[in-house]
Design a protein around this ligand. Structure first.
Ligand SMILES: [Zn+2]
Ligand SMILES: [Zn+2]
Length: 246
């Protein structure tokens, strides 16, 4: 009876040789769900699991650094077998679904496209997934997953002006974006590492993992800034293929 999260991609903006763009593998009692599908996450996923075992996909928003590898899944599911695999649920904001269909209308043959909105909850293999609107220009939903008293929260992309209390309160694991450092010019659609650390402390999470780490930055500095703001909460950098069992 477990809730586990494996990082499939931890890079912000675009993928690099060592970090894919954003994506996570969530396992609920062995049932697999992909949460975001940025470039490079598909290759990381295949090192861990056979793709037909994926039972669902959640996309938080339409930005390419969170979605483009869903088309790898589409091709594999549709053309990679003798017969196309039957559709699995793909939950995403309406706007995201429209963008996916605009690029590849055949996506509805491989996925049962289900629009989700803020405040909504869905069920996945006995776990509850609820969605919080984040502060990011396209419609973006943060995800809170609860299973047998364990809580995993994921910020997706967001600035400060969102309900992090509802998203992350008392989470066992909070994976939060930390795109900027203190010396950067602030932009309201992303967080700095200090802000991520402060939010984790306020929500009293057990563990903070900072992610969406832009290429070419000093990530140790990002970690130090997050840790300082998070106080006694354990903070670490997201690393591709790192697995957390809650
Ligand atoms: Zn984004
Ligand atoms: Zn992003």
């Amino acid at each position: 009876m477990t809730l586990a999260v494996t990082i499939l991609g931890s890079s912000g903006i675009y993928g690099t040789p060592t970090r894919a763009a954003s994506g996570y593998l969530v396992e609920v009692d062995g049932s697999r769900l992909c949460l975001d599908a940025g470039a490079g996450t598909w290759r990381n996923l295949l090192t861990l699991a056979d793709y037909p075992s994926i039972a669902g996909i959640v996309l938080t928003h339409r930005h390419p650094d969170h979605t483009t590898d869903v088309f790898q899944a589409l091709h594999a599911r549709h053309y990679g077998q003798t017969e196309p695999l039957s559709p699995i649920p793909l939950w995403a904001p309406e706007e995201t679904i429209e963008v996916l269909q605009g690029y590849a209308p055949e996506i509805s043959k491989s996925f049962d496209l289900r629009a989700i909105t803020e405040g909504e909850s869905i069920e996945f293999n006995g776990a509850s997934l609820s969605f919080v609107r984040m502060a990011h220009p396209p419609v973006t939903l943060g995800v809170r997953i609860e299973h047998l008293g364990k809580v995993f929260a994921y910020s997706a992309d967001s600035g400060l002006d969102a309900d992090f209390e509802t998203l992350a309160r008392d989470a066992d694991l909070f994976v939060c974006e930390a795109t900027f450092q203190d010396a950067d010019d602030p932009w309201p659609g992303h967080l700095s590492a200090s802000q991520a650390g402060g939010l984790a402390a306020k929500a009293d999470v057990a563990r903070l993992v900072i992610t969406h780490l832009p290429p070419g930055r000093d990530h140790e500095r990002t970690l130090a800034e997050a840790q300082e703001a998070a106080g006694s909460i354990a903070v670490e950098l997201a690393e591709d293929l790192r697995r957390f069992e809650l």
